[in-house]
Design a protein around this ligand. Structure first.
Ligand code: DSN
Length: 478
């Protein structure tokens, strides 16, 4: 692939856009500049390849394709069939999964598809049996009323939000918290680690329909074999949301007990985090759930996005290449180097370190809230996000934590030495920031004091650090 081809492709695309709405072309160009210049440490973000990005910008966007491969509600889907089948094949091969459904538009959508599939498969309900016919429109209002009554409020056991679980695992701000009666398992207060005996105890008491594994802010491996045994012991369906660490599964960093695919009945993921694909979701499942999962659209999802499925096929093909395993291992090596760099400078980390792609700093050690720390770091060219820590006294809005992750910087090529320099920059900002006060003199959880000169200096150091590792080196828009 010549670098010239990438530059030509993106330059030409912007020229075409500029002729219609120059402000959009400018914003796209500005976004590249911003991403190139900032130290991106958001654990759930990455940089997709030029091939993946280009696969999304075309006329596949114009096609409706409700249904699944070979069974569409629209005519003329032969080319969509090709890319959807390719994406699913790559996903099955990459993860060793019996079935893959690549239509979900996001992680939330993937989880909704999975929840519906489990409910539809597991709940004994005459109305549901009728709902399982392909023509959902055949259901009368009375059928839907009966179905809602018969489904009732189902039980879900998942990881608590402050321990690192995700909103879509049965929490109130998400529809899953309204569909399901949720109970959480947390982490051991002394170690910050999942206590599997406590999970088993909670499962025995609560008897969930679904046991959910997976997280968005837990910096450790999870033993999925043990969770499956717990699910089996109470007759629950075991679902894993691997959105954050799918790249580590794909790259065979997480194998055996730590690979969810052979252990779970159903696995959901996004495709844009450590997996480094386009923004979207995906469901992998055992054969017995495949039929229900494939009803995701139109049961739960709007029309599939063929252009994004094309990009998923490209990104999954990339993840099947041998160099992806090297990338995945470097993500973890970098996270561990970052953790070491922070620990050696006196930071407090949840669980004392990491064995995946993310690090959770407890910023109460710097006498800051997560919100103050997040903004101070942003002023200094370091992009992170605030996150709760276990038993967080500052709640989910202000928080006491900063979550950082290495998938994006690893894509740029930064290594252990640069992670140590990054730790130094973070530590400098956090030690030089102080909590601010409200107008009436009371302590603020949002306001902070940071010398603007220092913030600028750190931002310049961050840019210098990145200069050796250009983002999209093959793309020159000038
Ligand atoms: N928003 C994603 C994250 O940042 O973890 C998960 O939904």
């Amino acid at each position: 692939m010549s670098r010239n081809a990438e530059s030509t492709a993106f330059r030409s695309a912007l020229e075409v856009i500029r002729a219609v709405e120059p402000r959009v072309a400018d914003a796209i160009g500005a976004e590249l500049t911003d991403q190139r210049e900032s130290l991106k440490l958001i654990a759930s973000e990455n940089y997709a390849s030029p091939a993946t990005l280009l696969a999304m910008g075309n006329w596949f966007s114009d096609k409706y394709a409700e249904g699944t491969v070979g069974r569409r509600f629209y005519a003329g889907c032969q080319n969509v069939d090709t890319v959807e089948a390719l994406a699913a094949e790559h996903a099955r091969e990459l993860f060793g999964a019996p079935h893959a459904y690549v239509q979900p538009h996001s992680g939330i959508d993937a989880n909704l598809v999975a929840f519906w599939a489990v409910l539809a498969d597991r709940v004994e309900s005459p109305a549901l049996k009728k709902a399982q016919v392909r023509q959902v429109n055949d259901l009368t209002e009375a059928d839907w009323f009966a179905l809602r009554r018969e489904l009732g409020n189902q039980r879900m056991l998942g990881m608590s939000l402050d321990a690192g679980g995700h909103l879509t695992h049965g929490f109130r701000p998400n529809i899953s918290g309204k569909m399901f009666d949720q109970r959480s398992y947390g982490t051991d207060p002394a170690t910050g680690l999942i206590d599997y005996d406590r999970v088993a105890e909670a499962a025995r008491e609560f008897k969930p329909l679904i046991l959910v594994g997976g997280y968005s802010a837990y910096p450790r491996k999870v033993n999925f074999r043990i969770l499956r045994e717990i699910a089996d012991s109470v007759g629950a369906t075991f679902m894993v949301d691997m959105a954050h660490f799918a790249g580590l599964v794909a790259g065979k960093v997480f194998t055996g007990d730590f690979d969810p695919v052979p252990h779970a009945h159903i696995v959901t993921t996004t495709t844009h985090k450590s997996l480094r694909g386009p923004r979207g979701g995906m469901v992998l499942c055992q054969p017995e759930l495949a039929d229900q999962v494939d009803r995701g659209c139109p049961m739960v999802l709007g029309g599939p996005l063929p252009h994004v499925m094309a990009a998923k096929a490209v990104a999954l093909a990339e993840a099947r290449r041998p160099d992806f395993a090297d990338y995945a291992q470097r993500i973890v090596d970098n996270a561990q180097a970052l953790a070491e760099g922070l620990l050696s400078r006196g930071a407090t980390l949840v669980t004392g370190g990491t064995d995946n792609h993310l690090v959770l700093i407890d910023v109460s050690g710097y006498e800051l809230t997560g919100r103050q720390a997040e903004q101070a770091l942003l002023d200094s060219g370091i992009v992170t996000n605030r996150n709760s820590v276990p038993q967080d006294p500052n709640g989910a809005w202000y928080t006491s934590g900063i979550r950082i992750g290495t998938p994006a910087l690893t894509t740029r090529g930064l290594g252990a030495a640069e992670m140590d320099q990054t730790a130094e920059l973070i530590h400098t900002v956090l030690t030089q920031t102080t909590a601010g006060a409200n107008a009436d003199g009371t302590p603020s959880k949002a306001k902070y004091n940071l010398d603007a000169g220092l913030a600028d200096k750190v931002a310049r150091q961050a840019t210098d650090l990145l200069a050796t590792y250009p983002l999209y080196p093959g793309i020159d828009l000038t």
